[in-house]
Design a protein around this ligand. Structure first.
Ligand code: GLU
Ligand code: MG
Length: 437
């Protein structure tokens, strides 16, 4: 069959979906200059393809400008259609960035951080996901057998990631049934979030070619383990030297990183509506499931909202270069741009306010008394998306973190999403989200 290669120019939107428009590869140069048309209301398409409400209606035109630095071209070598896409940003017709473009939002957050503090953000998104269509067996958590039963998928996926320069690091047979995890090398600022999208999309692409489906939804079944997105963060200074580590500070966390983490944890009870933005997210954020339920800081603790990650104690190890903190209260129902952007903005507030590193919790916050929790400044995170949105809307100064128009659109979008699943039981909610993430 004769074909013309098609390149998709795409964005990641409020629903955390990747949408856009395509053009023939023969017109690549022209499209890099003039982009493709886009409309405001597309941001209000929820994860199930509905538009319950929109502030913009049918009005307005924009341009989606593909960024050639993000170009993905993966030939799986099986005769299937080659994957071709570029991530992009949204601009008004006069070329000014659209405030509600999530990639612009992250870019402006990392630029503000750099301008004010000289800090360059380095981040890596670690993803867990479930697969259907592969063989599996009871008790195959972390097992060699689970990789064997997954057949061609792990290697085809790693090939695709390498071809897209997404620098895969590890692929592992996670704890849950049909659950896997992929880690990739860190990137700088916006590039780290671009890479998170490539990680998700190429998993779908490899699975599709093998007749499988994958889902990054935070909880695909109330009885299975949840899928987290863990965001590892560190800083480099203007000379590119690592500056998150200071051996003279508690747990080796530098003063700047300490304030950044404190800023995130202070805001977490309200911004969790952005980092864990689906109804299914709150089925994952349960006590004792290695996700997060409090806004606590942990040292090597996998149930803390932010974990100070282990580094080698071996003599001669370059601890400063490897040192990082991990944000664990997020999932893939969120656009990585919005998720990382709001963390940067909350962290920057903490730096401006010179907040000290919070005390780490050394015991389960769930087992503490209210007084013990209050003494450590630890609070329970919202237990539903509806409560999380209430907390977001009630948070003082929140519009300093998310500009007005985006804030209103976000809340409207998420309230509409909740209305669409009103009255459904937990299992059905998981099923609905599993289909679309
Ligand atoms: N599946 C857990 C989560 O929902 C994380 C397990 C792990 O620490 O790898 O975040
Ligand atoms: Mg994991």
């Amino acid at each position: 069959m004769h074909r013309i290669p098609l390149i998709m120019a795409v964005i990641s939107d409020i629903a955390g979906q990747v949408r856009g428009k395509g053009f023939p590869a023969t017109e690549r140069d022209e499209r890099l200059e003039k982009g493709v048309g886009y409309t405001f209301t597309n941001h209000m398409i929820n994860c199930w393809g509905q538009i319950p409400a929109t502030p913009w209606g049918p009005l307005g035109d924009m341009v989606l400008m593909p960024d050639p630095a993000t170009e993905v071209e993966v030939d799986f070598g099986d005769g299937s259609v080659v994957e071709r896409f570029m991530l992009g940003s949204l601009y008004h017709m006069d070329g000014t960035p659209w405030d509600c473009c999530l990639r612009n939002y992250l870019r402006s957050a990392v630029m503000e951080l750099e301008r004010e503090t000289g800090l360059m953000l380095i981040a890596a998104f670690e993803h867990e996901f479930n697969s259907t269509g592969m063989r599996d067996r009871t008790g195959d958590s972390y097992s060699l057998d689970k990789i064997r039963l997954a057949g061609e998928f792990p290697e085809a996926y790693l090939y695709a990631l390498r071809a897209a320069e997404a620098e895969p690091e590890t692929f592992l047979p996670e704890f849950g049934a049909n659950q896997f995890e992929i880690t990739v090398k860190p990137g700088r600022g916006v590039a780290a979030a671009d890479r998170a999208i490539v990680v998700r999309e190429l998993a779908r692409a490899a699975a599709e070619r093998l007749g499988h489906r994958v889902s990054f939804s935070p909880k695909v079944d109330p009885n299975n383990a949840g899928n987290g997105v863990h965001i590892h963060m560190s800083f480099r200074d203007r000379q590119r030297q690592p500056v998150a580590y200071d051996p003279d500070m508690p747990h080796g966390v530098s003063a700047l990183m300490g304030s950044f983490v404190a800023g995130i944890l202070r805001r977490l009870p309200s911004i969790i509506a952005v980092t864990a933005p689906s109804a299914a997210s709150y089925q994952r954020l349960n006590p004792h499931s290695w996700s997060s339920t409090y806004n606590n800081l942990g040292h090597r603790d996998r149930e803390a909202a932010v974990r100070i990650c282990p580094v080698s104690d071996a003599p001669g190890a370059n601890v400063a270069a490897a040192f990082n903190v991990e944000f664990r209260a997020g999932d893939a129902a969120a656009s990585p741009y919005l998720q990382l952007g709001i963390l940067v903005r909350a962290g920057l507030e903490g730096i401006r306010d010179k907040l000290p590193l919070p005390e780490t919790t050394s015991s389960d916050p769930d087992a503490m008394t209210d007084a013990e929790r209050a003494a450590k400044g630890v609070v329970r995170l919202p237990t539903s998306l509806s409560d999380a949105l209430d907390a977001l809307e009630a948070a003082e100064g929140i519009r300093d973190l998310i500009p007005g128009e985006l804030f209103d659109a976000y809340v409207m979008h998420k309230r509409g999403e909740l209305a669409a699943i009103d009255g459904l039981d937990d299992a059905e909610i998981c099923r609905r989200y599993a289909e679309v993430y």
